[in-house]
Design a protein around this ligand. Structure first.
Ligand code: ZN
Length: 203
C-alpha cells in the first residue's frame, strides 16, 4: 500500500511557511515503512533538529480505481481518520532550495502517524469535519475540512489521474496552520471533533 500526501491545501498554512499558493495540488508519496507502528513512540531522527508535526485528515481507499470522476469519488472510501505527517523541516528547506525531492524529509521511518478510523457514516458532511492536535494538552493545530483548497473528492479525482488507487491506500489531505517543532517527551493527541484518534509520545 502507499500513502499519498497532499501539500499546501490550507491557505493559512501556505502563508505560515511563506510558500506560493499552488495552481494544482502538491502531491508526494510515503512508503508503507513510514507508518509509525502502533503504540510506539516517535523517535526524532538524528539527521534533523527541527521535526514538525502536521496533523491531517486521512482517507482510506476501499476500492481499486483510476481516473475517478469527483462525482463518484465518495464510493472509493468509507473510513476517515487522523494522522501526522512528520516533517524534518530543516532538511526539507535544504531540499526545496535545491529543487530536490522531499522524501528524505518526509518519508523516513515513523514519519506517518495513522490513528484509529471512523466510519464515514459518522459524518453528515465530510467537507465539514473539525479536527485538532494537542501538544502537551495545549491545542496547537485546529482545522476544518471546509477550509481545504481541494476537497476530499477533488483530491481523489486528481491523484487518481496519476496513480492507480488500491484498497488500503491512504490519502493525507494536508495540514492546517499551526505546525511546529516537537522535542523529546512531547505528548501529541489528535482529535476529530471530540474523539481521540491517536496519542503519541516523542522520544
Ligand atoms: Zn503534510
Amino acid at each position: 500500500m502507499k500513502l499519498i500526501c497532499i501539500g499546501r491545501n490550507y491557505t493559512k498554512h501556505i502563508e505560515e511557511l511563506k510558500n506560493e499558493k499552488p495552481t494544482d495540488p502538491v502531491v508526494f508519496l510515503k512508503p508503507d515503512t513510514a507508518i509509525l507502528l502502533k503504540k510506539q513512540p516517535f523517535f526524532i531522527p538524528d539527521f534533523s533538529d527541527d521535526v514538525h508535526h502536521e496533523v491531517e485528515i486521512l482517507v482510506k481507499i476501499n476500492k481499486v480505481g483510476k481516473h475517478i470522476d469527483r462525482k463518484f469519488a465518495h464510493k472509493y472510501y468509507d473510513e476517515i481518520g487522523l494522522g501526522i505527517d512528520f516533517t524534518a523541516r530543516d532538511l526539507q528547506s535544504q531540499l526545496k532550495e535545491k529543487g530536490l525531492p522531499w522524501e528524505k524529509a518526509k518519508a523516513f521511518d515513523g514519519a506517518a502517524v495513522v490513528g484509529k478510523w471512523l466510519p464515514k457514516t459518522n459524518f453528515k458532511n465530510v467537507d465539514n469535519i473539525q479536527f485538532k492536535l494537542l501538544k502537551n494538552n495545549v491545542v496547537v493545530q485546529d482545522g476544518n475540512t471546509n477550509l481545504m483548497l481541494w476537497k476530499i473528492d477533488e483530491l481523489i479525482e486528481y491523484v487518481s489521474k496519476y496513480f492507480t488507487l488500491k484498497i488500503g491506500d491512504i490519502i493525507f489531505t494536508g495540514t492546517p496552520a499551526g505546525v511546529g517543532k516537537v522535542v523529546a517527551n512531547d505528548k501529541l493527541n489528535g482529535y476529530i471533533e471530540n474523539i481521540e484518534l491517536f496519542s503519541i509520545t516523542v522520544k
